[in-house]
Every structure is written in C-alpha cells, then in structure tokens.
Design a protein around this ligand. Structure first.
Ligand code: GGG
Length: 364
C-alpha cells in the first residue's frame, strides 16, 4: 500500500539538531528515532545537521555557540533542541549564550506549551481525570522580564544595587495575544485567560491588561478572563478545568508551564514550541524540562517531552497526520503498555521507552 501523503509540499526536512547538555543528549536521539519512524510511514525524509553547542563547548572555547551560529542554522526548516545548562557554567550564561539568542534572533516570540493529562497517567491532584486538564500556555518569548537592560552600581559597597528593566512593547504584547486568540478560535471552548499582576506591578502589568482588553475586542467570539498570577497558580491546582488557552508574559508563562505539567503527573512529558509565526526564520522545538544533571548519564530520562516536541515541529511544518500519529503513539503508550520511566513510577530506560514509541508511531 502506498504511504499516506501529507498536504505539505516539503517532504524533505532539513533540521538543525542541538542536543545541548545533560539528558538532552539522551532524549534527543529518541525523539529523532520516533520522527524517523513516522517519516517512513508518511513519506517524510530528514537531513539532520548536528551542532555541539553546549556548556561543554563553553568550557572548551568560552562560547556556547560560534559567533555566526544563527547564520549557520537560519536556512534550516526547524531547530530541534534538547536541554541547556550544566553545573560549572552559570545558568544565565548558558541561557543567554544559546537558547535566548536563538529565540530572539529568530523572532520566536511565541512559546507554545500544551498541558494535558493523559489516560493512564496519574495526576497528583485528587480525583482528576483525563479531560480535566487540557489547556495551552502561550508564553511571550522575546521580551518582558527576560531583558538585557539594567546593571549594577555602587558595586562592592553597602549601596550596591542591581536593576533589571522589564520591557513590554505594544508590538510584543499585541502579537502574542493575537496568537493566543487565534489559537482559541480553533478550539471548541474558545476561551483565553490572561496572567497578570497589575496590583503589585503597577506600570507594565496594567499596560499588559490594557493591551489584552484591546486585542480581546477584535475577537468577539472568544470568552476572556484574567487572574493575578498568584491566584492563577492556585486555580491551576484547584480548578484546572477552567482553562483553555492561557497567555502570559515571559516569566509568568515559564512558571505556569512547569506547574501545569506537574499537575499531569510528570513535567518530563511537557513539550515546547518556540514559534516565529511569520515563518521568516526557523522555529525551535524543545521540551520544557532542563538538562537534569541529577539523572544525566544514567539512561533513565523520560523522552516523551522531546518526542511530543517533535510532533509540534511536524505540525508546524505542515505534516499534520504525522504529528497526530506521534501524539496517538504517546496516548497508546499510556493505555496499551506499562512501559514507564522512573519519573512515572516505572523501570524502563530512556531507550526502551523511545523504542516503544518507535513501534507505536511507526505502525499506526
Ligand atoms: N529544554 C530547554 C531547557 O533546557 N530549558 C530549561 C530552561 O531553564 N529554560 C529556560 C526558559 O525556557 O526560559
């Protein structure tokens, strides 16, 4: 039987692979194997270009990536990234030396992070069933609290101070909010919640609220709500069924997208897509989790977040059936098998779980 055809014209994908640090080196190969398996099924071929950009490289050369790093990967269809950060290199050095330059340089101003409780996975929240937790976090990814504006003064004295300016531009707020509303329009519930803190943060957050209200006016079919970030965090634990699409600033979105997946059983399954919606630049796909130095090298990392990120990558590149096949493989892993890594209460290795997904994704 002929392989099912995708609607996209690009069936040969050139992907820049950056495993990065720690367990990134263990989960990325499993993600690639699953992508190859669905590729064989749906007629997608890959050219993988590997980049050793990492803290290890920093230790050897003094830089996380080469000076022309962005140029080297600018013509790829997408970037497939593992994890960044390793003891010995300050976290702000590794992040601002690799992840953030790619997000900013390629205008990946949306960080999309789906949160979902699967059948067969146990939520730490009492009595929560699959379907109770199913929302999308849209995190602003280029500005906000992640800024390079600020500095120290009176260093080494009692008057020493550090200042960092959070930047909220009209363009930056509007475009990420519109993305969230457009996403909501494609969903059954059509609801967008804004994460704010306009009681305490009295300049930038009232501005965020103002832009949210202005953009909401363009989408009369979408129901809106907003919560201060503190009570929103509590509601994600107590009332996760309330949420459909949540839009938040860079920092708030980052925090919520660790909390959300934690309520679904394990943060290790959480995927992420750093998206340049205009497609002028490649988008980048990475799990929400970091490099996990405590378990790195043991072969026990859970590769599902990386695998699901691969599905987001295929979806972004127009291969919707292949993306759905990966998601279905993850669902069936939970319902039809007992293959689980330690974070999910099992004994499977990263490789064994990856292999189970290869089998499920490859055969349909
Ligand atoms: N999977 C990429 C990774 O290592 N993330 C860890 C991290 O701390 N990221 C910071 C961020 O997303 O802002």
């Amino acid at each position: 039987m002929a392989a099912p055809q995708e609607e996209t014209p690009t069936n040969k994908l050139r992907i820049a692979v950056i495993p990065g640090d720690g367990i990134g080196n263990e989960v990325v190969p499993e993600g690639m194997r699953v992508l190859e398996a669905v590729g064989a099924r749906f007629g997608i071929a890959y050219a993988w270009d590997h980049y050793d950009w990492s803290c290890q490289r920093f230790a050897k050369t003094g830089a996380m990536m080469p000076a022309d790093g962005l140029e080297q990967i600018a013509k790829h269809d997408a970037v497939y990234l593992g994890a960044v950060g390793w003891p010995g290199v300050p976290d702000h050095v590794s992040l601002w030396g690799l992840l953030i330059p790619i997000r900013r340089g390629f205008q990946q101003y949306v960080n999309l992070r789906p949160v979902r409780l699967f059948h067969g996975l146990k939520s730490p929240l009492a009595d929560r069933q699959p379907g109770d937790i199913d929302y999308l976090i849209v995190r602003e990814n280029n500005e906000g609290e992640y800024s390079s504006v600020g500095g120290r003064s009176f260093e080494g004295t009692e008057l020493e101070q550090a200042t960092q300016v959070a930047i909220f531009t009209r363009k930056g707020c509007d475009r990420v909010m519109r993305y969230a509303f457009d996403l909501a329009m494609q969903r059954r519930r059509k609801e967008v919640t804004s994460a704010t803190k306009s009681n305490g943060i009295s300049i930038s957050m009232p501005y965020w609220d103002e832009r949210f209200a202005a953009i909401a006016k363009e989408y009369s079919q979408v129901k809106t709500s907003q919560f201060h970030i503190d009570i929103l965090a509590a509601h994600l634990v107590r009332n996760p069924t309330w949420f459909d699409v949540i839009v938040g600033s860079n920092l708030f979105g980052d925090i919520l997208s660790d909390l959300g997946p934690a309520t679904t059983g394990t943060i290790a399954i959480a995927p992420g897509a750093n998206i340049n919606p205009e497609r002028r630049f490649p988008s980048m796909f990475e799990p929400v989790h970091g490099s996990a130095p405590d378990i790195a090298g043991k072969g026990i990392a859970n590769p599902i977040g990386q695998v699901w990120s691969g599905a987001l990558m295929l979806e972004h590149l127009g291969h919707k059936q292949a993306a759905a096949a990966i998601l279905s493989a993850i669902e069936r892993l939970f319902t039809e098998t007992d293959v689980r890594t330690a974070d999910m209460g099992g004994k499977a290795t990263c490789r064994e779980l990856g292999e189970a997904l290869v089998q499920l994704a490859g055969r349909g």
